[in-house]
Write a protein that binds this ligand. Structure first.
Ligand code: UFG
Length: 332
């Protein structure tokens, strides 16, 4: 039995799906503040390999609620996705980010300690690096976040180091770069009430009622003036989580890994690729730079390759294609 927090959300739901397909029973713990019950219902209805999916609506900020789950089930490991993750929101309202992300995770780890669960795979982020000194960014790059979201995730990396040393709770902290794409059968996908991300925003602009797509800045020091990001497909990302879990099962020590492709694309390149995938012309307007957007973020992924034996396979085009299929099936 595996606990997946935040599995009503984008990345957590893909992971829960993968666990079910692999043959694990899954408990979903989610407060539905940003996740969707429809996604949970979908996962339950699939009846994959006859596997059990239990959904518990609860909030990590309340330690009693999470301890009750640990009383009911004995977990082999935890995958922890539940978090707030909108950078601009975190800058405006750090209090809710510290409470939700930091306190919520601390409660989860304290419950793990109390119930003797010693493995956790945790969603960290490239935002812990801040403005990079060099790219590709390896795991030894200094971590100096430039927003509250990145600060909460970095603080949690430190907390997990301490809990590992003192209590033997081993963690794989996975620092995501820019995740795109959706399940190939559209059983789940990216669904945010407030959408801030590039690929879904490009695709949503295809809706006749959609807003014109905005490019935030074209005067960066990059080949076409728009920012460069490392876009990693959700299936590759999920595969890395499974490998991180296997690593911990084999006794792997507490560690952290970048998850990216080591390739960068500008916003305009992503837009052009979306035009090829969709066969549609995508209109855009150039707007002001978004505060705190670094010019270039690219991952060095050597460590995950060497230690987790992980290799991303999907192209940018494939990621945009699966995202498009999901958008068309649900929103366009
Ligand atoms: N962008 C646009 N228009 C949009 C949306 C995005 O031009 O409508 C641009 C952004 O300016 C940026 C790039 O597209 O240059 C990617 O933006 P996203 O919002 O998709 O992703 P970010 O790189 O800002 O953020 C992602 C994650 C965060 C995480 C961060 C780490 O979404 O959770 O990477 O750097 F913190």
């Amino acid at each position: 039995m595996i606990l997946v927090t935040g599995a009503a959300g984008y990345i957590g739901s893909h992971l829960a799906l993968k666990l079910l397909e692999t043959g694990y029973d899954v408990v979903i713990f989610d407060n539905l503040s940003t996740g969707h019950i429809e996604i949970v219902d979908k996962l339950k209805s699939l009846n994959l390999k006859g596997r059990v999916v239990d959904f518990i609506k609860g909030d990590l900020k309340n330690i009693q609620e999470i301890e009750n789950v640990f009383k009911k089930y004995k977990f082999e490991a935890i995958f922890h996705f539940a978090a707030f993750s909108i950078v601009s929101e975190s800058a405006k309202n750090p209090s809710i980010y510290w409470e939700n992300n930091f306190l919520g995770t601390k409660n989860l780890l304290d419950a793990m300690k109390k119930f003797n669960i010693n493995k956790i795979v945790f969603s960290s982020t490239a935002a812990t690096y801040g403005e990079p000194n060099y790219v590709p960014i390896d795991e030894n790059h200094p971590q100096r976040p430039i927003n509250a979201y990145g600060n909460t995730k970095l603080a949690l990396e430190f907390l997990m180091d301490d809990y590992s040393k003192a209590y033997g709770i081993r963690s794989a902290r996975l620092r995501y770069f820019n995740v795109i794409g959706a399940d190939k059968f559209q059983r789940t996908g990216e669904w945010h009430e407030t959408e801030t991300h590039l690929v879904p925003n490009i695709l949503k602009s295809l809706n006749t009622k959609g807003k014109t797509f905005n490019i935030f800045g074209n005067t960066y020091n990059t080949k076409d003036g728009t920012p460069v990001r490392d876009y990693i497909d959700i299936e590759d990302l999920i595969d890395a989580h499974i490998k991180a879990f296997e690593y911990l099962k084999k006794g792997g020590k507490t560690d952290y890994f970048n998850l990216g492709t080591k390739k960068g694309n500008t916003v305009l390149e992503v837009l052009k690729t979306a035009e090829i995938v969709t066969g549609r012309k995508i209109k855009y307007e150039i707007k002001e730079k978004r505060e705190g957007d670094p010019a270039i973020l690219i991952a060095d992924n050597k460590k995950a390759k060497e230690i987790l034996n992980w290799q991303p396979e999907k192209t940018l085009k494939e990621g945009i294609k699966s995202a498009y299929n999901w958008e068309r099936a649900n929103f366009l």
